[in-house]
Ligand binder design. Structure first.
Ligand SMILES: [Zn+2]
Ligand SMILES: [Zn+2]
Length: 253
């Protein structure tokens, strides 16, 4: 089993709050963001890739927020725009439908051409080297987590103590568990089940309490753990925490 993935996995599980796999993802993602704004952008091989792909909408946004290297971002953007334009411009021009006369020259061929150019644009929007690298790294991490659960007693303890595994990462763990032997999968999935059920139960009760707080009879009762239960539920449901900041809850008090 690949040791280079074990250290970050152990680190992520040393903390007990939130989903450890989200922590792994965030850390890896930050490394890739730094990589693409770091010296790599002067390397012709990397630039060949980013000229073609650019980044997905999420990662353009994150690169924009990471203000470490504005010049680098400008250089990457410049050559990406040029590449995109060289690719798209002639195809877009060729797709302009010829004006048809009343009788002659009508053809539905232009429809296909227009759809082809739309396909090209949509395909390019979705391609992103950070997403590709991240998906590959996550694949290794998930594999290592399942392996360590069955082979490393200390790690198993930590896994059982995790506050929760968010649902998207639970799905990844289940897919990996489907590759284990039946006995290994049995223990692993039972641990996931317990973790999952406890999380659902506590969130359901906290969110219910949150709603009850809006009843005037409960105004003076303490918020307890319910105050940020909406944001915690969002993190559990969807893993990505970008917009789930708890400032929103503070406005309610
Ligand atoms: Zn997660
Ligand atoms: Zn991306």
């Amino acid at each position: 089993m690949e040791k280079i993935y074990m250290i970050p996995v152990n680190d992520a599980y040393n903390e007990t709050c939130g989903c450890p796999i989200c922590r792994l993802r965030d850390k890896a993602e930050n490394n890739y963001l730094e990589y693409y704004l770091g010296p790599s952008l002067m390397e012709p091989d990397t630039r060949k890739i980013t000229n073609k792909t650019g980044f997905c909408p999420v990662h353009w946004g994150k690169l924009n927020k990471a203000v470490t290297n504005r010049l680098g971002l400008g250089l990457v953007m410049h050559t990406h725009l040029k590449d995109y334009n060289e690719d798209l411009n002639p195809k877009l021009k060729a797709s302009i439908p010829a004006k048809a006369g009343l009788i002659k020259g009508r053809s539905s061929e232009y429809k296909q051409k227009l759809n082809n150019v739309a396909d090209l644009i949509e395909k390019r929007i979705g391609t992103c080297p950070i997403c590709d690298n991240l998906n590959e790294a996550m694949g290794h991490y998930i594999e290592v987590i399942c392996w360590m659960f069955s082979h490393d007693k200390d790690f198993k303890e930590k896994f059982l103590k995790a506050e929760f595994h968010c649902l998207p990462h639970t799905a990844l763990l289940l897919r990996q568990a489907a590759k284990l032997s039946q006995n290994e999968a049995s223990e692993f999935v039972e641990a996931l089940y317990v973790n999952n059920t406890e999380t659902f139960d506590s969130l359901i009760s906290d969110v219910e309490y949150f709603t009850l707080k809006f009843d005037y009879r409960n105004t003076d009762k303490p918020w307890g753990t319910s105050k940020n239960s909406i944001q915690r539920s969002m993190r559990f449901l969807s893993s990505d925490g970008r917009d789930f900041d708890e400032q929103q809850s503070k406005k309610q008090s």
